[in-house]
Design a protein around this ligand. Sequence first.
Ligand SMILES: C[S@@+](CC[C@H](N)C(=O)[O-])C[C@H]1O[C@@H](n2cnc3c(N)ncnc32)[C@H](O)[C@@H]1O
Length: 360
Amino acid sequence: MGHRYIGAKTRILGDILPAITDLVKPGGKVADLMCGTAAVSAALRQNGYSVIANDLMTYSYHHARVALLFTEVPKFEGTAGFVDEFLPTRAGNLFPLSPYERALMALENVPLTKGYFWREFSIAGSPKNSPAPRNYFSPENARRIDAIRTWIGRLASERCITSLERSLLLHDLIMGANDVANIAGTYGHYLSRLVGRAKDRLRLTPTQVPVAKDAGRHEVLQGYAEDVASRISCDVCYIDPPYMKRQYAANYHILETLAREDCPDAIGVSGLRPWRDQYSNFCTRTRIQDSFDCIFTKMNCRHFLISYSEDGLLSLSEMKALLTGHGAVTVRTFENKRFRSNNSELAPNLKEYLIHLHKR
Ligand SMILES: C[S@@+](CC[C@H](N)C(=O)[O-])C[C@H]1O[C@@H](n2cnc3c(N)ncnc32)[C@H](O)[C@@H]1O
């Protein structure tokens, strides 16, 4: 299934890339300032750009590292002992497996454990801060996640994997968990009964790791756009901010916990991690202007391309008024699919805007 992420631009890369190419030819430097799934960053790299990817969230950091930083196929050289211990004996008899596939298969096969995910996020657990168990994962998948997390941490601390290989395994675990999460759209709530793919076994599927001889051409940052802006010089800055009130840190708290490899207090019925340290101003109408002003003023860049939508907290005319203070503004409009939870009655399509600001 892959990413289920509010605002992911996978489907409209064909509209975004030509707009960037109109402003800077391949070879130029482009920032993807709120990169999310890193779909735009990956496409930019593939098209010959030098990319700076940034986001507030730790899972985005791992996605972006996987999309941008591999210059050779991952070797997983230090995992031979682990693979010998856990790879099913018949695996790879028909087709030879790569070291990465072997490591992933061994990881899928480690003995299940009852840990933090089982306790906090499965119906069989008993959460520390809530009387009712939560139903985000089947008890078996929660135990599998616990076991896989433990082993990724162990392989990293024993230096059996490189830091980039660790990002790749965390990316794979996040994608696998996403596939079997018992949710309607985001992790704001779980469903009362296990439905659909949530009943399936969690799988770790090998990523088609993009590899290119472009060492040192790309950079991955993690932080507030308002803060990192002063560290970035580029030809074009693509900005895809949240456009609704929904905070990503709250709605994707479980993915953040997988990415951070920690066991935070899970609070309330939904079991949210404390997330205020990743609060986004772009989800609050009255704070958007100051944050944009800060980015445009601090960054060494003349061209900003901003994605926004008709569902946004600001109307198109409000956005235009806000940007016009910084330079000349033009807008392209096209259709995209709306992000909807399973039972949503909203119309399937919505208008997307690509707004170009040519900074004075
Ligand atoms: C619409 S999504 C981006 C989707 C992305 N273009 C993709 O294709 O997956 C918005 C992203 O902005 C990030 N974000 C929100 N506020 C931010 C801020 N102040 N600085 C950096 N990133 C921020 C969120 O974490 C989220 O990943």
